[in-house]
Design a protein around this ligand. Sequence first.
Ligand code: AP5
Length: 215
Amino acid sequence: MEIIILLGAPGAGKGTAAVRLVTRLGVKHVSSGDLLRQAVKQGTAAGKEAEGFMKRGELVPDALIGRIIADLLAAGGRDAKYLLDGFPRTVAQAEMLERVVTEQGGRIRATVMMDVDEAILIDRLAGRRVCPTCAAGYHVRNLPPKVTGVCDACGTALVQRPDDNPETVQNRLAVFNKQTAPLIAWYQARQTLVRVEGAAGSVDDVTERIVRALP
Ligand code: AP5
């Protein structure tokens, strides 16, 4: 098993880059946020437990998301290659991931920290639109759909994510700085961290920078 982790604040562009990296790197994209939103939509037990945390912009409990990710990784087998987007987000989750990877005889190839200034993060989240059917992501200015308000891929009307309102965004950024930013030093100590400028240039420029930064 080989893992690449995309680390970055809300709005850093993890999901946007991940979609493009899947074909470039031949990896399977695993977005913890998408998995949780799907569970909420389907009304599963995990979804019911997660919903309140997500609405408030807080992290769901480590045990809840840890179980979902561990089951998914274990099911993929030893030869699988994953691009993790949104997981891990706490040191406890990183320790859990390390255990699963070790059990599978795998390795963490790289942890890519996408650096973006806070003012840009806020602008990106305010302008983000998503497809409720196929989860494709857009931005009203940076990455607009061909027809305003309509998903290019499946024709569904685009919506704003409920946690992209200004108050919840402030909370998500604070949660990132407190609970997730310590992972930068954690992965630096394990010598898997690479840092990538996530704001300059186009989406394709950022994707290219990530590919080039990988060991
Ligand atoms: P999650 O869905 O993971 O949200 P997030 O980390 O807050 O990240 P986002 O999806 O908001 O941002 P992104 O970096 O993917 O940016 P995007 O590519 O969309 O998590 C949601 C919630 O689930 C959490 O709050 C928590 O409750 C829970 N959760 C998830 N994982 C968890 C875990 N492991 N533990 C506990 N709880 C967990 O881009 C943003 C916008 O910018 C888009 O509009 C895009 O078009 C635009 N854009 C992107 N890149 C560029 C670029 N290069 N140039 C210009 N515009 C760009």
